[in-house]
Ligand binder design. Sequence first.
Ligand code: FES
Ligand code: FES
Length: 171
Amino acid sequence: MTTLSITINGQVHGPTEVRDDLSMNDFLREHLGMTGTKFGCGAAQCLSCAIIVDDPDGTSRTSPTCVVSAASFDGKAVRTVEGHARDGALSVLQTAFIEHFAFQCGYCTAGFLNEGQVLLERLEKTPVPRAELEATIAEALDGHLCRCTGYVKYHEAVRAVIVADSKRYLV
Ligand code: FES
Ligand code: FES
């Protein structure tokens, strides 16, 4: 057993005892009832289970949760899909996903949303030239699998958010 303390969407959870082999996915879904994070391949191949990890150096990244132990997140701050809306209002990216019909079954959506959010925050700190935008989005979303093949729509939705606020994200 391991003692786990973790901040999820700004809320501290723990300390609590968890099995060493408990996955982060099971911790979120089964222990905390946060079922927005999905379980797809279970083999770090689809990223439908990805969450955001906010590292101490101020950078953020996504991490799969299916093959990663909950214990390995001890002391960390993470964000899940449940944390994107504020006071009942969807985030700009969530709204764009809907407006662009980005998802169908929605199983992959939390992963794409988290990845897109990390990209937006990265571009806010380090904008890229407009000419590099398509490749930047494609590279960021690469690795996320959508069985309903919504790749183009996800890409378009992320692009729309960036282009609509180009002073913030582009140079
Ligand atoms: S369920 Fe975790 S990468 Fe597919
Ligand atoms: S919307 Fe169905 S898997 Fe992506």
